[in-house]
Write a protein that binds this ligand. Structure first.
Ligand SMILES: [Zn+2]
Ligand SMILES: [Zn+2]
Length: 67
């Protein structure tokens, strides 16, 4: 299993590279910004077990989602 981790350029969260279609974005941001398939997040202890996203959102993606 590939366990390489990256830092999302958009929200700043750590994420599992193999879980995202994009190298510089977590699955959440890649989904919001580019329409790639999102991770079906499973949160445990404040981060997703599957992609390691910690729930961070940038102002930009928050605006897109209308939060
Ligand atoms: Zn992100
Ligand atoms: Zn996830």
């Amino acid at each position: 299993m590939n366990t390489d981790r990256g830092i999302c350029d958009e929200c700043g969260s750590e994420f599992l590279l193999s879980s995202s279609k994009m190298k510089g974005l977590c699955p959440e941001c890649a989904h919001i910004l580019y329409g790639y398939e999102n991770c079906g997040h499973v949160f445990k202890n404040g981060r997703c077990e599957k992609c390691l996203w910690d729930g961070s959102k940038s102002h930009f993606t928050k605006n897109i989602q209308g939060e």
